[in-house]
Design a protein around this ligand. Structure first.
Ligand code: HEC
Length: 113
């Protein structure tokens, strides 16, 4: 009994959730040459500081008009192959190139474009 009373409050503290990632973190991941590498293929007209290295992918713009929900955009970034079979875009979620939290943060950033 004594031990349980001691442990219970600790149990509330221990499963510390990782800090949530926001759109700003998503932008950094988008640009990171070892993470998203998104700018290797995409231009970002709304964020001129992003220097794209190619036009392999389409410019990312008007994302809210193209995707009804943030979840739909998240799913597209996670595995575009499901929507566009044969695409060059890496299946980030299926190949575990990025974590779910990283994809969610990138989606939050791309959602603003
Ligand atoms: C190797 C090149 C490449 C990389 C890297 C890449 N993409 Fe793409 N992406 C594409 C191509 C090509 C398309 C267009 C789909 C098609 O026709 O194959 C596309 C399409 C998209 C679309 C759909 C656009 C629309 O109008 O519906 C989104 C969103 C997107 N990419 C986001 C990203 C994000 C975010 C990253 C980084 C995590 C990324 N892409 C990395 C090549 C790439």
């Amino acid at each position: 009994m004594r031990r349980a009373a001691w442990v219970a409050p600790l149990a509330l503290l221990l499963p510390m959730a990782p800090a949530p990632l926001f759109a700003q973190d998503g932008r950094a991941l988008f640009l990171d040459a070892r993470a998203g590498r998104c700018a290797h293929c995409h231009q970002v007209p709304a964020d001129p500081a992003v220097k794209s290295q190619s036009t392999i992918g389409p410019p990312l713009a008007g994302m809210k008009a193209r995707y009804e929900t943030l979840e739909a955009l998240d799913a597209a970034i996670g595995d575009l192959e499901k929507i566009k079979p044969g695409t060059f875009m890496p299946p980030y979620r299926r190949h575990r190139l990025l974590t779910d939290a990283e994809i969610a943060a990138i989606a939050r950033y791309v959602w603003t474009l």
